[in-house]
Design a protein around this ligand. Structure first.
Ligand code: SF4
Length: 207
């Protein structure tokens, strides 16, 4: 896809989603990391409901380590895969305290070494908490980028690398949030609202 077309796509997405922000609620890079781990295969709304109470009492890795894994599992039990997530979060907190003085590392290489943290989660944390350009490819970003025709691949990593090639680096983080919001609220997987979509004139999947 031509860079001129990318520019137009980004402008149209901006018109539809003028305030492109991560919808997870957090007060620190650590809280965003935990919220993002919890958000795997769960909605941001559900995660925000749970973390609203959780983060009032447990703000940093040291606080979480006062809990047992079973205590934490109980507190997050309304979220999918809560047992595995509780185990991973306790492990993450131990590593953060032992290896990083309780701070979240600002590098993808280090982040993906943490339990339950993949490339997508690392990119969400880097771009939103540290303002480091990154495109986190979740199910929405992957689907919408393919539907519009920005990329043509079933491989999530290829989608990330192709989007990074096409989009100017200073717009990566914004572009990620545009595509997430567009997938959530307009280009829904089951029922895309093409009649309300400004991209309809150039989208190859327009119905
Ligand atoms: S025109 Fe339809 S398929 Fe294309 S991006 Fe918009 S909502 Fe999605």
């Amino acid at each position: 896809m031509e860079k001129e077309v990318i520019k137009i796509v980004l402008e149209m997405l901006e018109e539809m989603h003028p305030d492109p922000k991560c919808e997870l609620i957090y007060g620190s890079p650590f809280q965003l990391l935990i919220a993002t781990v919890l958000a795997a295969q769960a909605t941001d709304r559900k995660v925000n409901e749970v973390t609203k109470e959780l983060f009032k009492l447990y703000k940093c890795p040291e606080d979480f380590l006062e809990l047992t894994e079973a205590d934490l599992a109980d507190k997050i039990k309304s979220i999918n895969f809560y047992k595995t997530k509780a185990k991973n979060i306790m492990d993450i907190c131990r590593v953060l305290v032992i290896k990083y003085k309780g701070q979240v590392p600002e590098s993808r290489e280090e982040l993906v070494k943490l339990k339950g943290v993949g490339r997508k989660t690392a990119n969400v944390v880097l771009s939103n908490a540290f303002d480091i350009p990154a495109i986190a490819v979740d199910t929405h970003v992957h689907r919408v980028a393919n539907k519009i025709g920005l990329v043509e691949t079933e491989d999530v990593l290829k989608t990330e690398l192709e989007l990074e090639r096409l989009i100017p680096e200073e717009q990566w983080s914004k572009a990620h949030n545009y595509l997430v919001l567009h997938g959530r609220y307009v280009c829904n997987a089951k029922k895309p609202k093409c009649s309300q979509c400004k991209l309809a004139s150039i989208c190859r999947s327009h119905i």
